[in-house]
Design a protein around this ligand. Structure first.
Ligand code: NDP
Length: 346
């Protein structure tokens, strides 16, 4: 069987700014999925769902960036966390029709991929497929690691989450609430502020485009100071947080999306790091790849919370592989709500 397959590839590096059609291009290729075209230990896949994640930005700058993920080479097909259907297999563990998750799924309607990272979706688990890219995927795991293991959230602590209405932030806030914390979120629209308070159970939230004096905002929302800051944005918000932390506060550094589209020399410096010393604050970066030994515990916790209605997901579903560029740009504005995923095929 030979199929026509559209795929996104990197055409040129984007040192700064949000990548455009100059950097990311869609092309159509012919791909043979005959048995003889699939090597041993490889699987033929039809792409069904793909996640759209901020970290991809750091793989397109043309040089090793702070997140330390390898750069895509020019002409290389972009890969992302995705879900596909097996349509040919040279691995006895996978048969035609299986639904699989691949953390490095080519952004291609059809592909032949190594079996190395493939995991089967349990057909008896009646979760909707996009949930494996959301609460049960990278956003859920990242939030769980940051709140449970790095932040060590406990009853009564004051927790601040930035980018709180995005994929990671919405779960970080809800998990902290389940621990008995008081949780405040920042986000980029009034609609999202309302959602955080009325639908996701945050104690309060503010729109950082309107309350632009972050120091004053944090002072107002945290009269008793911040005990845990789950940092998704870095930059000026991190600086303001350091002026409002309590002694012994913990800062799980999850990401710094406010800085991803800037060359490092143009990024916002944090001028008050001295507060870390005086307040004996523990600020710790983490990457979920280092916590995969906790996957079993995370999945047990999260499935239980979802089934009990204790954790809610918000997913923004865009349609068709052609929507990738627009979907990717949306995560750097405040136009997305919840986790952005693309539905490529049924
Ligand atoms: P989402 O795409 O779901 O959300 C990102 C949100 O960030 C947007 O919705 C936007 O919401 C906000 N944002 C965009 N630009 C800015 C800006 N300049 N200033 C402030 N906020 C901005 O992303 P995720 O939830 O998947 O990722 C959140 C963070 O977590 C990212 O920094 C990402 O890199 C990191 N991450 C880290 C992992 C790890 O292992 N450490 C794993 C996965 C993600 P709004 O402006 O409306 O608030």
């Amino acid at each position: 069987m030979v199929v026509e397959s559209r795929e996104w590839f990197l055409s040129s590096y984007a040192a700064d700014g949000v990548p455009t059609s100059e950097h990311l291009k869609l092309r159509s290729v012919k791909l043979s999925l005959d048995e003889t075209s699939i090597p041993e230990n490889f699987v033929g896949i039809q792409l069904l769902w793909i996640s759209v994640d901020p970290y991809l930005r750091s793989r397109m700058t043309g040089h090793m960036d702070g997140l330390h993920f390898p750069q895509f080479s020019l002409g290389q097909v972009i890969s992302e966390y995705g879900i596909g259907r097996v349509i040919g297999s040279k691995d006895s563990k996978f048969t035609e029709g299986d639904i699989v998750i691949n953390p490095f799924m080519p952004l291609s309607e059809y592909s032949i991929v190594p079996n190395t990272f493939l995991r089967k979706v349990d057909p008896d688990n009646d979760m909707p497929l996009p949930e494996y890219l959301n609460a049960l995927g990278i956003p859920g795991l990242t939030a769980w690691v940051g709140i449970e293991l790095v932040g060590e959230a406990k009853q009564g602590l004051n927790v601040f989450v930035s980018a709180a209405a995005g994929g990671v932030g919405m779960f970080a806030g809800q998990l902290a609430k389940l621990k008995g914390c008081r949780v405040i979120g920042s986000t980029g629209s009034n609609e999202k502020v309302k959602m955080l308070k009325e639908e996701l159970g945050f104690d309060d939230a503010f729109n950082y485009h309107e309350e632009t004096d972050f120091d004053a905002a944090l002072n107002k929302y945290f009269p008793n100071g911040i005990d845990i800051y789950f940092d998704n944005v870095g930059g000026k918000m991190l600086e303001a947080v350091l002026n409002n932390v309590n002694k012994g506060a913990k800062i799980p550094l999850c990401g710094m999306i406010s800085e991803y589209n800037k060359a490092w020399t143009d990024r916002d410096g944090v001028r008050n790091l001295l507060n870390l010393v005086g307040k004996e604050v523990k600020m710790q970066g983490f990457i979920i790849g280092s916590y995969l030994n906790h996957l079993g515990q995370f999945e047990m916790d999260m499935q239980e919370y979802i089934k009990a209605g204790k954790i809610k997901s918000k997913t923004m579903i865009n349609i068709g592989i052609e929507s990738f560029l627009e979907s990717f740009a949306s995560i750097f504005s405040s136009s997305n709500v919840g986790k952005v995923v693309i539905h490529v095929a049924e």
